[in-house]
Design a protein around this ligand. Structure first.
Ligand SMILES: [Zn+2]
Ligand SMILES: [Zn+2]
Length: 159
């Protein structure tokens, strides 16, 4: 699989920090490296865990302070599936129009794009005299494993 050029998004985010006169501390660098090195959607706690694998000194407070900056910069997208934690999408800058389906049980998230949705957007906005700025479709369901095996592998690993 050809990895998209995530270093561009990372550079843009670092420029954003600089523009706000925020220092790029070692902790923050570990967090930023983590975010722009994963293709997976993550929660704040996951980000904390992954960042600590790079730099043990990363604190929860720094993660929670850095996340709003990431979303404000537009390089990462915050998603609310109505669960008790939000999810963050590191692929947003590369594919701002993709959609998500999430397993209600194990929180597995899969991205998808669909021309039909784009068509529908076009039709609806034209009919109502709007122009589309953004759209998001979030589907909650049961993943294939849950359906087939009665439980999610991902959940068994996490607990
Ligand atoms: Zn995504
Ligand atoms: Zn599942």
């Amino acid at each position: 699989m050809a990895a998209p050029d995530r270093s561009v998004a990372k550079k843009r985010f670092l420029a954003f920090l600089q523009h706000k006169n925020l220092r790029i501390t070692a902790q923050r660098k570990a967090i930023v490296d983590t975010v722009f090195n994963t293709e997976e959607h993550f929660t704040a706690e996951q980000l904390l865990k992954w960042s600590r694998q790079k730099d043990k000194s990363v604190s929860r407070a720094t993660v929670y302070r850095t996340l709003p900056l990431l979303t404000e910069s537009g390089m990462v997208h915050e998603m609310d599936f109505g669960k008790d934690h939000k999810f963050y999408d590191p692929n947003y800058a590369d594919h701002p129009n993709h959609n998500h389906i999430i397993c209600q049980d194990c929180d597995k998230i899969v991205e998808f794009e669909s021309e039909k949705i784009e068509q529908l957007e076009g039709e609806i906005s034209q009919r109502l005299g709007f122009s589309v700025k953004s759209q998001r479709l979030q589907i909650t369901g049961t993943c294939e494993e849950l359906k087939r095996l009665g439980s999610c592998k991902k959940k068994a690993c996490a607990t």
